[in-house]
Design a protein around this ligand. Structure first.
Ligand SMILES: *Cc1c(COP(=O)(O)O)cnc(C)c1O
Length: 412
């Protein structure tokens, strides 16, 4: 029986030799089924039970004192975590190759929790501009009220990022791949800029997942995921996670206990159950994404496809160097279409459902102009790179031929 936390050394291909190749684990399935769990569980149950408890009892006063003096690791009060949450955290830390993972009640609460625990008045944070719009909004509208300055530079413009660094800069932030343009960050370079300048780095790797991208191996300090997406994977829960060293995560965990942004025992059960099939799902999302992107790329009604697995993608080389697969998210533009003709394509598909979100077993489709940027001015949409004829499709785990046939009829 193999050790679930063991990682097999990657085979360095001829093509990659000389370059630092990412350390992809060959046993993600074993990790996602077993890592972080006790072998023998309460009640001899094979699954971790759902403990419905807001608080945890102490036998006597001495056990309270032992707990406070940290002689006895155990639960205390539900806002500081629960047993199922710790299992899911250990599993996520192993999958990510990090020391410690802190789960939050959503991806956004993870972002807010990390930024609030790391930044103080007069500090500066630099973002690549293709970032989840709510993360940007938190920085520009809210962190600014606490005296934190946010600087945004064009995505993947490393010179601009270096030029924006000041003695007050505390954190460099990017997504990889970005949403919805799927630009891919050169992680070695990004981590290098942080290290050279003594600044911490954060990658929101929600679109890649630990199956497709290894930011910690590349020297990134914090990896963040909206667990709502691929890690949960079933469009049935909200959660977020930050992974880093034990030392760096301590202040994040403490702030989470104060914010109260924890997961209910029922929610973590859904997450742990969803994680069991993580590798199988990712393999199918990667295959479906690639096949759908290639189909769309060859279709006469499609002006442009954004997918890192296509050679035409501006970040294909970076993606090849850093990623195992390219995920299920495909963004494309309908040729010579206004917003209404684009909406007609969205309305004509029969399998994907119209909804925000991504990364679940059900395919989801949306027009970013309508779903996320409806209240922006046309100038703002141009600034954010959201044209009227853009569609974002999150390929689920359905049969690829069915998805392609459906898109074929919708485009006709
Ligand atoms: C969805 C998403 C978030 C926010 O996560 P929630 O779980 O919805 O709060 C953050 N970053 C990225 C890249 C996302 O796709």
């Amino acid at each position: 029986m193999s050790n679930p936390t063991r990682t097999i050394e990657p085979i360095v291909s001829e093509e990659n030799s000389g370059e630092k190749s990412p350390n992809f684990s060959e046993n993600v399935s074993t990790q996602s089924v077993h890592a972080g769990e006790s072998r023998q569980k309460p009640g001899d149950s094979i699954t971790d039970p759902i403990f419905c408890a807001s608080t945890f009892t102490f036998k006597d006063t001495q056990s309270v004192i032992d707990f406070i003096e940290q002689k006895q690791p155990r639960e205390e009060y539900g806002r500081y975590g629960n047993p199922g949450e710790r299992v899911a955290e250990r599993k996520l830390a192993v999958l990510e190759g990090g020391e410690d993972a802190v789960l939050f009640s959503s991806g956004m609460s993870a972002i807010v929790g990390l930024l609030m625990s790391k930044l103080s008045a007069c500090d500066e944070v630099i973002f690549f501009d293709e970032c989840y719009h709510r993360s940007r909004e938190f920085c520009t509208k809210h962190l600014s009220r606490f005296g934190v300055t946010t600087r945004q530079v064009p995505a993947c413009d490393y010179e601009a990022m270096e030029a924006a660094i000041t003695p007050h800069t505390k954190l460099l932030v990017s997504e990889s791949p970005t949403n919805p343009h799927l630009s891919c960050v050169d992680l070695d370079r990004f981590a290098g800029i942080g290290k050279q300048n003594g600044i911490e780095t954060l990658i929101d790797a929600t679109l890649a997942t630990p199956y497709n991208l290894r930011p910690i191996d590349a020297g990134i300090d914090y990896v963040l995921h909206s667990v709502t997406k691929y890690l949960g994977g079933h469009n049935d829960l909200l959660a977020g996670v930050v992974v880093g060293t034990k030392e760096k995560m301590e202040s994040v965990r403490n702030l989470r206990g104060i914010m109260g942004a924890v997961n209910s025992p029922q929610n973590v059960y859904l997450l742990s159950r969803g994680l069991k099939t993580f590798e199988l799902r990712m393999q199918r999302h990667n295959d479906n994404g690639q096949r759908v992107a290639e189909f769309l790329d060859a279709h006469p009604r499609v002006e442009r496809v954004y997918y890192p697995g296509l050679e035409s993608h501006p970040y294909h080389e970076v993606a090849k160097k850093t990623m195992r697969g390219y995920g299920g998210l495909v963004t494309f533009l309908i040729k010579d279409a206004d917003w209404r003709q684009t909406a007609d394509v969205v309305d004509a598909v029969k399998i994907p459902r119209i909804a925000p979100s991504l990364g679940g077993v059900e395919s989801l489709i949306e027009q970013p102009l309508v779903m996320s940027y409806y209240e922006c001015t046309p100038e703002q949409r141009i600034e954010y790179g959201i044209p009227d004829n853009m569609i974002r499709l999150s390929c689920g785990i359905e049969n690829a031929d069915d998805l392609i046939a459906d898109l074929q009829q919708a485009l006709a």
